[in-house]
Design a binder for this molecule. Structure first.
Ligand SMILES: CC(C)(COP(=O)(O)OP(=O)(O)OC[C@H]1O[C@@H](n2cnc3c(N)ncnc32)[C@H](O)[C@@H]1OP(=O)(O)O)[C@@H](O)C(=O)NCCC(=O)NCCS
Length: 212
C-alpha cells in the first residue's frame, strides 16, 4: 500500500487531532513507554499548546485516508520547561552551540502494524527538511529502541546521558543534530496562524514529557 508523507496545513490540524491522538495511544501505551489513558489525554491537552509555538510544523503518514504515523516539533526557546532543564545541564558554550537556534523535535510515532517499511524515516526526514534552524534537539529513552537506532543512523549525537526529567522516572538521553547548511529543501513548510481549540491549561504538560 502506498503511504504518503504529508505536511499538515492550518485547516487540517484541528480536524486531524483526534487521529493523531489515536496514533499516539496505539504507539505509546505499548512498551517501553507503557503510558496510560491519562498520559494520552495529557498529550491531547498539550498538542494544541505545541501547535501555537513559533516554528511549529507537523507531518503525517497517510495510508489511503488513514493516518498511520506523525512527527512534529517547533522552535526551542528559553522559557520552555524542557529547554530550560536541558540548558541547566549544559555549559554556556554547549547552550550556544545546540540550543540557541534549535528545532525541538517533539514526537515521532508510527503505529505498530505499519512499522519496518521506512515510514518513520520518511517522517523524520520530511519534518526536518528545509528548517531554518542551525540544530535540532530531542529527548528519548536511553534504551536501544528502534527510535534510538533511527536517530543514530541519521546523524543525531548524544548531548546528555541518563537525564531524568522532573515528573518522569525513566532515564532519557538528550540528542542533537547539526544541519550544517545542508538542510535547504523545503518539503514540509511551517504551519502558520493556527488557532487552537479550547483546552484545559492545567492539564498541559508542555513537552517536558515528550520523548522525541
Ligand atoms: C521509531 C519508529 C517511529 C520507527 O518507525 P518505522 O516506520 O518502523 O521506521 P523505518 O521503517 O523508517 O526504519 C527507520 C530506521 O529505524 C530503525 N528501526 C526501525 N525498526 C527497527 C527495529 N525493529 N529494530 C531496529 N531498528 C529499527 C532502523 O535504524 C531503521 O533504519 P533501516 O531500515 O535503514 O535499518 C517506530 O518504531 C515507533 O513509532 N516507535 C515507537 C515510538 C517511538 O519510539 N518514538 C520515538 C520517541 S523519541
Amino acid at each position: 500500500m502506498t503511504v504518503r508523507i504529508v505536511p499538515l496545513t492550518v485547516t487540517e490540524i484541528e480536524s486531524t487531532q483526534s487521529a493523531l491522538v489515536s496514533v499516539y495511544r496505539a504507539v505509546f501505551t505499548e512498551p517501553p513507554y507503557s503510558e496510560d489513558e491519562a498520559d494520552v489525554q495529557d498529550f491531547a491537552a498539550r498538542f494544541p499548546d505545541h501547535v501555537q509555538r513559533p516554528g511549529f510544523r507537523c507531518c503525517v503518514a497517510q495510508q489511503d485516508e488513514r493516518i498511520v504515523g506523525f512527527a512534529y516539533g517547533f522552535t526551542g526557546e528559553p522559557g520552555d520547561g524542557w529547554w530550560d532543564r536541558v540548558a541547566d545541564r549544559l555549559t554556556d558554550d554547549e547552550v550556544e552551540t545546540w540550543l540557541d537556534d534549535c528545532f525541538a523535535f517533539a514526537e515521532l510515532a508510527v503505529i505498530p502494524t505499519a512499522r519496518g517499511q521506512g515510514i518513520g524515516g520518511r517522517l523524520h526526514d520530511a519534518l526536518l527538511s528545509g528548517l531554518p534552524h542551525r540544530t535540532a534537539v530531542l529527548s528519548t529513552f536511553t534504551d536501544e529502541t528502534p527510535a534510538m537506532r533511527l536517530y543514530r543512523k541519521r546523524g543525531w549525537v548524544t548531548l546528555l546521558d541518563d537525564f531524568v526529567f522532573p515528573g518522569g522516572s525513566h532515564p532519557c538521553v538528550v540528542m542533537g543534530k547539526v544541519f550544517n547548511g545542508l538542510n535547504k529543501r523545503n518539503e514540509c513548510p511551517e504551519t502558520p496562524n493556527y488557532s487552537p481549540p479550547s483546552y484545559n491549561p492545567s492539564a498541559t504538560r508542555r513537552w517536558s514529557n515528550s520523548r522525541a
